[in-house]
Design a binder for this molecule. Structure first.
Ligand code: 5MM
Length: 338
């Protein structure tokens, strides 16, 4: 393991004013997105759509890297260039989602999941690296309910995240460690804060136990928000303050950067929250975005399988807005002006 190379890559992934595009939807997830816009979920359409995203002129000014799904890593652009090479030629770092999804824990407890994909991962990482991937991503899913999360779910997911991260670093690949506390329930922002603290403390303990070098990784957490069905919704300033407080308590300064997931927030809120955190500042890590839905929803709608230029325009706009938010330089007026 060459820690200097890992560190350099991690630092480049959170370069000032840049963030990550999470375009790693598995075939089942992209189907849900395509269904909404009336596009058939074929390999050809997935290629056309990802080509649109990666050939958007100027998106590279705001995008440090793209998380790809395995199919896309080995797919070519419409002009015949392998996607990882196309991205690298624009100075955008190609990455790969390596987990095999969140699977139900054995019966006996409440409905919770553990993310799988460790079997054969060492060998798969070699294949992905040869194809051009320089970082990887693994997402653990923690849900909030009357009796969840349990200690079991927190423990097994933290353990798997650290196992994955250690294998990535052995292969010379920067791990994005993504423990996502879902925002789909009716919980308060206080509950989200407590659960986020719990999973982050468990994850960093496991990373230590499994000798993961913090200088060579990126954290991809949820923000501390109210559950979407909670009648009282925390405002932008409260979300920013609570998220920073929790991160300061649990994320060592050696981690180069934190790239948030959007988790189902609206495009504008995801941007506003990131901007508010960067306006607060005074933190030891870079704070940026690694959004899937909040970067792509507008582009998908504008494209709708027909209008490539409109899709590109929407993609560039959201990339630009989030790039500004990563610097704490975004304002709602910029959205209106655009
Ligand atoms: C883009 O969606 C990713 C893949 O999800 P599946 O494995 O279910 O297909 C997802 O992991 C994503 O990278 C993160 O959750 C962040 O995406 P959002 O939409 O929450 O910003």
């Amino acid at each position: 393991m060459n820690l200097n190379i890992l560190h350099e890559t991690a630092v480049a992934m959170v370069a000032p004013g840049k963030g990550l595009l999470a375009a790693d939807e598995s075939t089942g997830t992209i189907k849900k997105r395509f269904d909404k816009i009336g596009v058939e979920n074929t390999e050809a359409n997935r290629q056309i759509y990802r080509d649109l995203l990666f050939t958007t002129a100027g998106f590279e000014q705001h995008t440090s890297g793209v998380i790809l799904y395995e199919e896309t890593l080995f797919q070519k652009s419409l002009a015949g260039q392998p996607f990882p090479q196309l991205l690298a030629s624009k100075g955008v770092i190609p990455g790969i989602k390596v987990d095999e999804g969140a699977k139900p824990l054995p019966a006996g407890g409440p409905d919770e999941t553990v993310t799988e994909g460790l079997d054969g991962l060492r060998e798969r990482l070699q294949k992905y690296k040869a194809a051009g991937a320089r970082f990887a991503k693994w997402r653990a899913v923690i849900s909030i309910g009357a009796h969840t999360p349990t200690h079991t779910a927190i423990h097994v997911n933290a353990h798997a995240l650290a196992r994955y991260a250690a294998l990535c670093q052995e292969a010379g690949i920067v791990p994005i460690v993504e423990p996502e506390v879902l925002m789909d329930a009716d919980n308060t922002v206080e509950t989200c804060e407590r659960v986020t603290e719990w999973i982050l403390s468990a994850v960093f303990e496991e990373l230590f136990v499994q000798r993961v070098a913090l200088e060579g990784m990126i954290l991809k957490p949820n923000m501390v928000v109210s559950g979407i069905k909670c009648p009282v919704q925390a405002g932008v300033a409260e979300v920013a303050e609570r998220t920073i407080k929790v991160l300061k308590r649990h994320v060592p300064a050696a981690v180069p950067g934190i790239a948030f997931l959007s988790g189902g927030q609206s495009d504008l809120l995801a941007t506003a929250h990131l901007d508010a955190m960067n306006k607060i500042g005074g933190v030891p890590w870079k704070l940026t975005f690694s959004y899937g839905r909040a970067l792509q929803a507008a582009a998908q709608k504008a494209w709708s399988g027909k209008n490539v230029d409109a899709g590109r325009k929407a993609h560039l706009h959201r990339s630009k807005m989030n790039g500004l938010a990563a610097l704490g330089q975004w304002s709602e007026a910029l959205e209106k002006a655009a």
